[in-house]
Design a protein around this ligand. Structure first.
Ligand SMILES: Nc1ncnc2c1ncn2[C@@H]1O[C@H](COP(=O)(O)OP(=O)(O)O)[C@@H](O)[C@H]1O
Ligand SMILES: [Mg+2]
Length: 424
């Protein structure tokens, strides 16, 4: 990286070496958020302040910031679910074949989030759904908490007595957000590797919502539980079995600090190609790209599309034992803490590749996108979807050839090489 370009000014709210090392390597000058900066890696709260009407701060054409102010439409689970449900209804109303349903009334191509309700608001709807399938397990997540905190599993209605009472007696008082939960059908048949549950953490960079332009990072990873999976009721409260968050698993007795319970996506691909065949693996990764694009499409109309903003989302995806991917949640501030040395290297590269895409040609930010990144600036990213280039894509069903426009190249190494799996 040439260091003789203009010395950009950066502000950064997070004391993370993977960020600071990147800025320093480029010879950028640290400034406070109150001074003139070109590049601001901000917390979501700071972004809200920068864009708040009270502050009335006007950004200039050479300033970029690391979040969209209304990212929560995607990154708050309740809103994500609401937006995806609305998006499906809209497509259905237009008669779009993407929104086709099967005889059971399930979306054939857009059924990628577990059935989800809000509590207490949707308590009665939840009960109706539960009665259809009384042996199902559900996962409760308190609103406003993250990284596995406060989550628990239930499989009996009686465990929700409190909600039933509250929803009847307090139906006119809005519960405070600390008492609201998102309840989702628990995917109780996850694909296991070495007997253990895992989920995927994928990074998706959005540089514009309207038109949508997004990139998928090739170096995502799988996060494994430290203990073997066991769906029996007696283990329902053992979070080392059910939650894949590293922040939970690293406290397990069997946590391995060398690999950190992580596998690269490339390792997963090698594993799936050798155990299930290449076609099956390709289909799975195509479906992951598909659901990612549609989750973003679902919010593209409601996120305020400020051209100073970019955002790198952390997608949490679970694969079930039928090799169907499920979108669990999208994080606005995926962890930049490194638990292992390869984690540090990957996260350093992630930030470096993000900067190269945001500022192609390595000079100053240019929010008018006069200089559009070309392949040479992608680093380890693949273009996932570019609405300007692929207007007709949404009209194409999965499996059709044009679907490759949603980025079937993502995850396939440029040289076709895949590193060997290192642990199981
Ligand atoms: N519907 C589900 N089915 C199976 N596992 C789930 C489901 N929802 C969450 N999990 C597990 O719980 C973990 C934490 O849930 P998540 O919704 O990502 O909340 P958090 O914000 O706390 O990370 C996920 O990474 C996943 O391992
Ligand atoms: Mg999560």
């Amino acid at each position: 990286m040439a260091l003789n370009g203009p010395r950009l000014k950066y502000a950064c709210d997070l004391d993370k070496s993977v960020l600071i090392n990147n800025f320093e390597k480029r010879g950028w000058i640290p400034v406070s958020a109150e001074e003139d900066w070109n590049f601001y890696w901000a917390t979501v709260q700071s972004v809200r302040n920068v864009f708040s009407l009270d502050v009335g701060y006007r950004l200039t054409d050479d300033q970029v910031i690391s979040h969209f102010p209304s990212h929560y439409e995607l990154t708050r689970k309740d809103l994500m679910v609401k937006n995806i449900k609305r998006y499906r209804r809209e497509l259905e109303r237009e008669g779009n074949p993407i929104a086709e349903k099967d005889e059971g009334g399930h979306y054939i191509h857009l059924d990628f989030i577990p059935v989800t309700f809000m509590l207490p608001a949707d308590y009665n709807l939840f009960v109706e759904e539960f009665r259809k399938n009384p042996s199902s397990t559900w996962i409760m997540k308190p609103c406003g908490k993250a990284r596995g905190i406060g989550i628990f599993l239930i499989n009996r209605l009686s465990q929700l007595k409190k909600w039933s009472r509250d929803s009847k007696t307090n139906s006119f008082t809005a519960p405070s957000s600390k008492d609201t939960y998102v309840i989702a059908r628990y995917i109780d048949n996850p694909l296991l590797i070495g007997g253990k549950k895992f989920d995927l953490r994928l990074y998706v960079l959005v540089t514009s919502f309207r038109p949508l332009k997004c990139y998928m990072y090739q170096l995502g990873f799988c996060r494994f539980c430290t203990v073997k999976y066991n769906a029996s009721v007696t283990e329902l409260d053992n979070m080392f079995v059910h939650l894949t968050n590293v922040s939970i698993q690293k406290h397990g007795d069997d946590y391995n600090a060398v690999h950190g319970g992580k596998w690269t996506i490339q390792n997963l691909r090698v594993f799936l190609e050798s155990t299930r065949g290449k076609e099956v693996a390709d289909k799975l990764f195509d479906e992951i790209n598909w659901l990612t694009v549609h989750s973003l499409k679902a919010v593209s109309g409601v996120v305020s599309n400020d051209r100073h903003c970019f955002e790198a989302y952390g997608y949490d995806i679970i694969i079930d034992d039928n090799l169907k991917p499920w979108l669990i949640e999208v994080n606005a501030s995926p962890s930049l803490t490194s638990t292992t040395s390869s984690d540090r290297i990957m996260k350093y590269k992630l930030i470096s590749d993000i900067i190269n895409l945001i500022m192609p040609y390595g000079k100053t930010p240019d929010v008018k996108w006069n200089k559009i990144p070309s392949k040479e600036h992608y680093g380890n990213f693949d273009l996932l979807y570019d609405e300007e280039l692929a207007q007709s894509d949404l009209l194409n069903l999965p499996d059709t050839k044009a679907r490759s426009g949603t980025g079937t190249t993502a995850f396939r190494g440029k040289d076709g090489k895949r590193p060997a799996a290192t642990w199981k």
